[in-house]
Design a protein around this ligand. Structure first.
Ligand SMILES: N[C@@H](CCC(=O)N[C@@H](CS)C(=O)NCC(=O)O)C(=O)O
Length: 200
């Protein structure tokens, strides 16, 4: 299999972390591309020109990151990153939705600020930034439930928080949510986190 990624994409990082946590690294080749340049090798597989894309067979490409993670979790049983029982499964998928939603906002604001040049943030951008703060608070309130758990929900939280470190240093998110920050420090020690870190 081949996983097309961009080193800065939080969605691609989530999928790559799942590859590593599932022990599939020898079966998945990681291929970096620049999705913003709409390279034919990517658009031929995903008309949206977005990463990640997982190619499972010569003519079989899977996207987006949620579908890829669900597929990878089904390739082998252990470790189970998406629980099989209904309510636990929904809880993990809801965490993934919150993390991806925070990434959607963060990536969107990063692009909007580029368009906005040196002008102050517009009210629309400020509203979006408020969503990041609200999402962080919800994530923090859930830390007591994690109890050493490492599943697709916590992988998704890790990937999205790492994107804040990459693009939003000025937000100083750790100061707003110290319990979440302390949890994240323990997660940051995992090899899947260091292997997928974007180049400095
Ligand atoms: N919902 C998608 C979002 C993927 C996404 O937005 N990827 C960005 C990189 S962070 C991308 O490839 N953007 C290029 C573009 O939209 O042209 C997923 O979860 O995979």
């Amino acid at each position: 299999m081949q996983l097309y990624i961009s080193p800065t994409s939080p969605y691609a990082r989530k999928a790559w972390m799942v590859v590593l946590e599932k022990g599939l690294q020898d079966e998945v080749e990681i291929i970096p591309v620049n999705p913003w340049g709409s390279p034919p090798e990517l658009t031929s597989k995903n008309p949206l020109s977005q990463v990640p894309v997982l190619v499972t067979e010569p003519d079989q490409a899977i996207y987006d990151s949620r579908v890829i993670c669900a597929y990878l979790d089904s390739v082998r049983d252990e470790p189970q990153l998406i629980p099989r029982t209904a309510m636990e499964r929904i809880s993990v998928l809801r965490m993934e939705a919150l993390a991806d939603g925070m990434s959607d906002v963060a990536v969107g604001v990063f692009l909007a600020r580029k368009d906005n040049g040196d002008n102050p943030d517009t009210p629309a951008i400020e509203r979006q930034l408020g969503k990041i703060k609200a999402a962080l608070k919800v994530m923090e309130s859930e830390v007591p439930n994690f109890e050493g758990k490492f599943d697709l929900g916590t992988i998704a939280y890790s990937a999205s928080l790492s994107y804040l470190d990459l693009r939003y240093g000025e937000l100083q998110w750790r100061q707003q949510v110290p319990i979440l920050a302390a949890w994240f420090e323990t997660i940051a020690q995992r090899p899947a986190m260091s292997t997928t870190a974007p180049p400095a």
